[in-house]
Design a protein around this ligand. Structure first.
Ligand code: 2P0
Length: 329
């Protein structure tokens, strides 16, 4: 049985994508700036066998060993299959069995959809023996999940408002000292998916338009800070982005509240750490986990503070990187 495997890392947004533009699938309303989390990985394996004559090729997909409803994945699989048909791939009409595994909690606000859809597109393209340009891989991954467009690149990336594909700003070695600590406060999958939450915010939050127009100013600020490797400047822009995004969610009807008491405890802890001169800059996404941007010098102090806080059930640490497997060989 032919098979292929690919892996990708989650893309952590420093400046957030939250809201979609009309006129396409997952076209972002705000420009996001992100980093690849090198230590976290989704690995996806595709196996195929010829489909029986007389019916269209089918696919099944499991995540961490649990079979999923195929609907959310169908469009991406069909789009990569179309490329395979056009390229004359010998496997284009095969039935597929797809097995995806995360090295971190799934659907809990650690951007599993970014690495998940990037690894899915990567494993399918590898299976069908396609050699598509990065930009096309990014556009395909975006149709699965907006943030997945960024996971097709490692290092520092951006996905522009209105754009079909992400691009790389800098390779990972631009800022080797940068680290992300993921403070896991709750491992349970979230009650409201980010797609629904985003759409609810767009439809019903009186602050949505303000969030979208304001987010523009943070993009240039973050990119300049990354260019200068200025953690305080980057952290300040990053903090504004997640708090303003959260403000727009809180004002939705019904409100979207991902924070739990432990999340707030860690936000406060970061404030205290900064007051004592430690670079602990937090951000949050569509879930209760808190991600802390810092540098190698301050990582041990933050880790120790998190571990004695009583607010975390686990801490993951990552450097920046996360090149997808099909681009590093
Ligand atoms: C981001 N998030 O930029 C933002 C910040 C969460 C908060 O992208 O509907 O799963 O699949 O395009 O990418 C999470 O949303 O949404 C996300 P879809 P996605 O990383």
């Amino acid at each position: 049985m032919p098979s292929a495997r690919a892996s990708a890392s989650p893309s952590l947004a420093l400046i957030k994508y939250w809201g979609k533009q009309p006129g396409g699938v997952n076209i972002p309303a705000t420009t996001s700036v992100a980093v690849g989390l090198h230590a976290l990985r989704t690995t996806t394996e595709v196996e195929g066998e010829p489909s029986p004559a007389g019916r269209s090729p089918a696919a099944r997909l499991s995540i961490d060993g649990v079979e999923q409803l195929i609907t959310p994945f169908e469009a991406v699989i069909a789009a990569v299959r179309e490329h395979a048909e056009r390229a004359g791939s010998r496997y284009s009409a095969y039935d597929l069995t797809i097995d995806s595994r995360n090295s971190f909690p799934t659907a809990a606000g650690i951007a599993s959809s970014s690495s998940g859809f990037a690894a899915l597109v990567g494993s399918l393209a590898t299976f069908f023996e396609l050699d598509l340009p990065d930009q096309e891989m990014s556009a395909l991954a975006r149709t699965g999940s907006g943030s997945a467009a960024r996971s097709v690149f490692g290092g520092f990336t951006r996905l522009d408002a209105g754009s079909r594909k992400a691009s790389r700003i800098h390779p990972a070695d631009h800022w080797p000292q940068l680290r992300v600590l993921v403070a896991i406060t709750d491992r349970a999958p979230k009650a409201v998916g980010s797609r629904e939450a985003m759409e609810r915010t767009r439809r019903s939050s009186p602050y949505y338009d303000a969030w979208v127009s304001d987010s523009v100013s943070l993009v240039d600020e973050a990119i300049a800070a990354i260019g200068e490797r200025d953690i305080e400047r980057l952290g300040t822009a990053m903090r504004a982005s997640y708090l303003r995004m959260t403000g727009s969610m809180l004002a939705a009807d019904p409100p979207v509240i991902y924070w739990i008491p432990q999340s707030v405890a860690i936000i406060r802890l970061c404030e205290e750490l900064r007051a004592s001169g430690i670079h602990a800059w937090e951000t949050m996404d569509a879930g209760p986990q808190v991600k802390i941007l810092t540098t190698t010098d301050d990582t041990p102090a933050i880790r120790a503070a998190l571990e004695s806080s009583g607010a975390v059930v686990g801490v993951l640490e990552s450097e920046i990187g996360g090149e997808p497997s099909w681009r590093v060989g």
